[in-house]
Design a protein around this ligand. Structure first.
Ligand code: FES
Length: 126
C-alpha cells in the first residue's frame, strides 16, 4: 500500500503500548464525531515524568498508528514536553500521513493532553 508510509503500516500492524493502565494517574478520551473513531490514553506519572503511557483506540488504521507513536513519543518525557507534542510532530514522526488522514493525528495529541490535564486537575484537587 503506497498510500501509507512504512512506519504507519508498522505501527498499525504492530502497535506498541496497547491496553489500559490498571491504576492510572490520568485518563484522556477523545472522539471524532465525523468518523466516529475513539481514543483513550492512560498515563502513569512519576515526579514530573510520564513513566508509562498506554492507549485503547477504536478507529481507523491511521488512528491506531498515531496512538502507538504518540505513546512512544510521550514515554519518559516530562509533562510539559509531552503536552507540547503537536499533530504535525506526530505526522512527521510517522513519515507523513495522507491529507484526508491528518485529523487522525489530532486525536492522539489531544487524548494525551487530556490525560495529562486530568492528572494535573486531580493533583490540584479539582
Ligand atoms: Fe477518523 Fe482516522 S478516520 S481517526
Amino acid at each position: 500500500m503506497a498510500f501509507y508510509s512504512e512506519k504507519v503500516m508498522d505501527h498499525f500492524q504492530n502497535p506498541r503500548n496497547v491496553g489500559e493502565i490498571a491504576d492510572p494517574d490520568g485518563v484522556g478520551e477523545v472522539g471524532n464525531p465525523i468518523c466516529g473513531d475513539m481514543m483513550t490514553f492512560y498515563i502513569k506519572v512519576k515526579g514530573n515524568v510520564l513513566e508509562d503511557v498506554k492507549f485503547k483506540t477504536f478507529g481507523c488504521g491511521a488512528a491506531i498508528a498515531v496512538s502507538s507513536i504518540v505513546a512512544e513519543m510521550a514515554k519518559g518525557k516530562t509533562l510539559d514536553e509531552a503536552k507540547s507534542i503537536t499533530n504535525e510532530m506526530v505526522a512527521k514522526e510517522l513519515g507523513g500521513l495522507p491529507p484526508n488522514k491528518m485529523h487522525c493525528s489530532n486525536l492522539g495529541a489531544d487524548a494525551l493532553r487530556k490525560a495529562i490535564d486530568s492528572y494535573l486537575a486531580k493533583k490540584e484537587g479539582k
